[in-house]
Design a protein around this ligand. Structure first.
Ligand code: FAD
Length: 317
């Protein structure tokens, strides 16, 4: 690796990223960040050749910073661009990568050379697994998780400081035209002990009443798979469970008409008991459930509701 460019918000990020660049045997390292970075005591110990600074770093929108970064990468000839995986940085990196048509990997745990190839480790499927990816194209942008890596004193000359203002073509920032409140149910599913969750096995929105009645009888909350909230809009977004929704850990998770794709199941694996109701015996959810009911939900729910009502009507003892 010949040249690396580090994008750092502050000194701790600079130190972390410089340590990664050293591990990757970068022979020349430049950095870019807010103006304050040039006041870092003993800047020469970072072994940087150049430090690009910007006074408007924190106010500039991601659109302008992304364009500025893309121009800087092309101009400097950096092969590897490193940053700490934070929301804003990822936004900036995504825009720069899109302009340059370069690879971008975010939330990376580590990057190492192995047999001449750059191998990047990062979590996948909600953090349940780690994937190893081989980078085939450069320049490449890596947003790394901050893990407290520190440089040892690299010593060298103080870097040349280059102010970026006025050096790049501007970009117009987006304007907010209107906003709309997201519909929320106000329920915290993460704390629910009993959850009745519905999926695409339900044919019409009105049919959700069946599950609502069941949830009420069981003293539980209603939840759903992602398509029910995001695609159909039948339930509020904060009721959808899974990788991109709520992670739940109830005593009972009753999944009705849900196929059990991995993106759904990662959010429910901490449930104590999973019961699946699905009329397809080969549906993946049957392999993960503690109890499987292979039945048509339109027959099963009314039967269960009848039974629960009959039991509550019976005198106890
Ligand atoms: C990046 C990414 C993130 C995602 N995040 C999530 C997430 O957080 N949560 C999530 O849920 N999904 C998520 N998904 C989507 C996920 O991959 C699945 O598409 C989704 O979970 C499927 O929803 P479903 O089980 O309701 O529908 P389907 O997969 O269509 O399953 C419907 C099931 O209902 C059964 N069925 C049909 N009729 C009946 C009946 N009459 N009686 C009984 N059973 C019946 C069928 O046999 C089928 O198994 C994500 C996908 C991606 C790519």
């Amino acid at each position: 690796m010949k040249k690396a460019l580090l994008i750092a918000e502050d000194i701790s990020e600079l130190s972390e990223l410089r340590a990664v660049a050293a591990e990757l045997d970068a022979v020349e390292v430049e950095a870019m960040g807010p103006e304050d970075l040039q006041n870092t005591p003993a800047l020469e110990r970072f072994g940087l050749t150049r430090l690009y600074t910007s006074t408007s770093w924190s106010e500039d929108p991601a659109e302008s910073l992304g364009k500025m970064l893309a121009e800087l990468i092309s101009g400097s000839g950096a092969e590897l661009v490193l940053g700490v995986s934070r929301k804003r940085l990822k936004d900036v990196f995504a825009r720069a990568a899109q302009i340059l048509k370069s690879p971008l990997l975010t939330d990376c745990l580590s990057a190492t050379w192995s047999d001449g190839e750059l191998v990047v480790e990062r979590p996948t499927l909600g953090g349940g697994y780690v994937e190893n990816l081989v980078v085939k194209k450069f320049p490449t942008l890596l947003a790394l998780q901050q893990r407290g890596r520190q440089i040892s004193d690299l010593s060298g000359k103080a870097p040349e400081v280059v102010r970026l203002e006025g050096k790049f073509s501007g970009v117009r920032a987006p304007r907010l035209i209107s906003s709309e409140a997201v519909s929320r149910s106000g329920v915290d599913l993460a704390k629910s002990r009993i959850i009745v969750s519905v999926g695409r096995g339900f044919k019409r929105k009105e049919d959700l009443k069946l599950a609502e009645e069941l949830a009420k009888l069981l003293g539980g909350e209603l939840a759903c798979s992602r398509p029910i909230a995001s695609d159909m809009g039948w339930m509020p977004e904060d009721r959808h469970v899974g990788l991109s929704g709520k992670w739940v850990s109830p005593s009972l998770y009753l999944a009705i008409g849900i196929s059990g794709q991995v993106q759904h199941m990662v959010g429910v694996r901490n449930s104590r008991i999973i019961v699946a109701v699905n009329n397809d015996p080969s549906a993946p959810i049957h392999r993960e459930a503690d109890y499987s009911v292979v039945a048509d939900l339109y027959e099963f729910i009314p039967a269960l509701v009848r039974e629960l009502k009959a039991r509550s009507a019976r005198p106890s003892g």
